[in-house]
Design a protein around this ligand. Structure first.
Ligand code: ADP
Ligand code: ZN
Ligand code: ZN
Length: 730
């Protein structure tokens, strides 16, 4: 037969189907080894046929690697979808479907040798034939006599190698090799508490199951019991004999979720996570592929879980930025999830307390089904929000990181035996320019987006339209010269806290403290066990934890992400504040949130402090519509990178020559077009240039054409790739 093979080289020049002849039966989805040029290489069989149109002699498949196809039929359809949508080589799509370690056969199943008594020989016969003084042999037989299966290694240890070898040689003990699972988070256990669902939860489940739409947005405030809804939906799916995928932004950041899933689904759940060892990843993947595990839980890449008969997909915290891959292949997890849901005819649930503007708009327009859980379980109040005006603190001479009200609340909190979380918003704000006295932020006149400070040339620049402005020497609003913001690090915050509360134990969680595999989990569990009264951290602690004794959350620099030079900065700020605040007062005690800011009148902060998602959405949505930013347009960045400046420039020119023609023919559809150096001109030893475009919504044809024109300009020396609505324009 003829096997149609995609070779495992992710390069557009060999992104074709090659025919090989195969003397043995081979199924689509199996991996094979084939000769390719002068080398042998792995490939994926994506189809088989009787005859080839190839004129010359076909080369043979050298080896079939899989008995059971590693790649499912659905995978093959998904591959086509991804190749069309993201313009990537087939091999790159296929690679997403397997654990990386499985390629090139690096990881094998871990086998252990086990032993049991030969069931065909009566135990009494065995015992009577053994010498009375062979205590070890008798002991081993007695041990195994009730049908036990034991590891050979353990038997050797307990009864001695000689005795076991003897028993094997007279056929009393039979041995075999079995697969052994390296189970990640093996130590994580928990008990499933059966709660009675509240009405909103029942209604939500009903709505998901009965809607004729594929996608449901579950908008439920923090603490409204979304997790329980997910668990029930998964359970129902399993009861129907189907499988489920549940995505969370970062599994190690959500120990409660892990505990609950393990407690509810035991070994039926497989945890896929980037921190796993190669062996653990392989085992979990295999358990799913073999149908032993039926629920896949994990971050972004778990959307590719090799489950058949899929009955449900859940994406928790759907607004989270981690669902969009920012390195090749650049895919949006929601696209993949929608594809899989439609392919399998199953439901997709997107859950969030702060849905992204794009998703909520789809729910409002009727494309998605909308389920709302507007209150916390048992009508527990959302925490009270106190705004601390840091301009006043500065004027009062308080230059510490803590406002007086936060200091007071902290004191009250720890004295009553409760716990507090101090949150620092530390993402890339050093480039932003703020007045520390009045809160003024330097923004682009064309885009209403915060400007970035560039030390080279000492100027301010808008990353979206390229406009440059002179660096300010004084605030245009109040004349103050305190116009450069210098941020505080977590370490300094911890030191300041220690000075204020010398008797309290304080935990810190950021990238520096969590380099080890289960580091996040350890710190969060320690805090959960009340081993410290204050937890200080960055973005990592904003996610969905449920610490019942936290009654105070302090947000040190609530406005910092407003300054992020991104059209989504308002959205991000609203989400972040709501999420962090949601950690407070989840149990019996009332919660308090102190929000420190230099811009107390900022509308985004107002909406966040009053929990007004709808108000936030309306404002943000109309702003996007007026300024023509996504979802009312698509931002497209063609990146050109090369180690040699000259090569990059040559490619930039040829890319631009092609695109400018397209631009000239479709001027009405383009809101912006410019070629320029990237804001970071050199990164990881590569010169970087870009063509930045903004295109009116609903122009998939144009976007497709841009891909087709730009990507082939990649050369052996220069890389060309495209980013859609990138979250980082550096
Ligand atoms: P969310 O994910 O919406 O923030 P959770 O699922 O974490 O909320 O639920 C908040 C708390 O309410 C948890 O402690 C959870 O165990 C509890 N809970 C959820 N559903 C119920 C219920 N029906 N009855 C009682 N408690 C519940
Ligand atoms: Zn000012
Ligand atoms: Zn601009």
């Amino acid at each position: 037969m003829v096997a149609q093979v995609i070779v495992d080289i992710a390069h557009s020049e060999v992104d074709k189907i090659f025919d090989y002849f195969c003397t043995q039966e081979v199924k689509p989805g199996c991996r094979v080894v084939v000769p390719f040029g002068n080398i042998k290489i792995e490939g994926f069989v994506i189809g088989v046929k009787e005859k080839t149109d190839y004129q010359k002699q076909l080369k043979p498949v050298l080896r079939v690697m899989d008995e059971v196809p590693a790649i499912t039929e659905e995978n093959l359809s998904l591959m086509r979808f991804m190749c069309d949508k993201y313009h990537i080589p087939c091999a790159l799509a296929l690679r997403q479907f397997l654990p990386a370690e499985m390629r090139k056969g690096k990881v094998r199943e871990k086998l252990v040798k086990v032993a049991k008594l030969n069931p065909e020989i009566p135990v009494l016969d065995m015992l009577s034939s053994i010498k009375k003084n062979a205590k070890a042999q008798i002991g081993a037989i007695n041990y195994l006599s009730d049908g036990k299966v034991a590891k050979i290694a353990d038997l050797n240890k307990d009864y001695g190698n000689a005795a076991i070898t003897k028993l094997v040689s007279c056929n009393y003990i039979l041995t075999e090799e079995v697969r052994f699972n390296r189970s990640p988070y093996g130590s994580v256990t928990g008990e499933h508490k059966d709660v009675e669902l509240v009405k909103e939860q029942i209604d939500t489940i009903h709505s998901v199951l009965t809607t004729d739409k594929t996608v449901t947005l579950l908008y439920g405030v923090t603490g409204s019991g979304k997790t329980e809804v997910y668990l029930r939906l998964i359970k129902k799916t399993l009861d129907e004999g189907k499988t489920a995928i549940m995505l969370v932004p970062e599994i190690s950041l959500t120990p409660q979720m892990l505990t609950q899933l393990r407690a509810t689904f035991k070994d039926t759940a497989a945890i896929l996570h980037s921190g796993l060892s190669a062996g653990e990843k392989f085992d979990e993947w295999w358990r799913l592929r073999a149908g032993e595990a039926k629920v896949a839980v994990g971050a972004r890449s778990a959307i590719f879980a090799p489950l058949e008969n899929l009955g449900l997909i859940i994406i928790d915290e759907e607004h989270d930025g981690s669902y969009v891959s920012d390195s090749s292949p650049r895919y949006d997890t929601k696209d993949i999830a929608e594809f899989r849901a439609k392919y399998n005819g199953c439901k997709l649930v997107l859950g969030s307390a702060t849905p992204s503007v794009t998703t909520y708009l789809k729910a409002k327009s009727g494309e998605y089904n909308l389920a709302v859980m507007p209150e916390r379980i048992n009508k527990k109040p959302l925490p009270e929000m106190i705004i601390a005006d840091m301009r006043k603190e500065v004027r009062r001479g308080n230059n510490s990181a803590f406002s007086s009200v936060l200091q007071e609340e902290l004191k009250k909190c720890v004295e009553s035996g409760s716990q507090a979380i101090i949150f620092l918003n530390r993402r890339g704000y050093s480039q932003m320019v703020v007045c520390r006295e009045c809160g003024y932020v330097a923004k682009c006149e064309n885009c209403d987006i915060a400007l970035n400070y560039h030390s080279v040339g000492n100027h301010l620049k808008c990353h979206y339209c390229g406009a440059t402005y002179k660096m300010l020497t004084a605030c245009p609003e109040c004349g103050s010269v305190h116009i450069n913001y210098v941020g505080t690090g977590t370490q300094k915050v911890v030191n300041d806290l220690k000075a204020l509360f010398p008797n309290e134990k304080i935990l810190r969680m950021d990238n520096d403290t969590t380099s080890t595999k289960e580091g996040h989990y350890k710190i969060l569990s320690a805090f959960g066990r009340h081993e410290a009264s204050i937890l200080v951290g960055t973005q990592m602690i904003a996610k969905g934890h449920d610490f019942p004794s936290v009654t105070l959350v302090g947000i040190l620099d609530a406005d910092m992400s407003l300054l992020f030079a991104d059209y989504r900065s308002g959205e991000r700020t609203f989400q972040l504040i709501t999420q962090v605040a949601g950690r407070s007062g989840r149990a019996d005690e009332k919660g308090v949130v102190v929000l420190q800011t230099y811009q107390p009148d900022n509308p985004i902060l107002k909406f966040a402090t009053t929990y007004d998602y709808k108000g936030f959405f309306e404002r943000e949505n109309s702003l996007r519509r007026v300024t023509c930013y996504p979802p009312y347009s698509t931002i497209l960045r063609v990146m050109i990178e090369s180690e040699e400046d000259e090569n990059a420039l040559t490619t930039l020119k040829s890319v631009n020559d092609k695109l400018i023609e397209l631009f000239n023919k479709n001027r009405d559809e383009f809101l912006f077009y410019n070629k320029m150096k990237s804001p970071i001109k050199r990164l990881k030893n590569k010169y970087r240039y870009q063509v930045l475009m903004r295109i009116r919504e609903g122009n998939d044809r144009l976007i497709d054409e841009i891909y087709k024109l730009a990507l082939p300009e990649t050369t052996s020396k220069t890389l060309v790739y495209i980013e859609i609505n990138p979250s980082n324009l550096s």
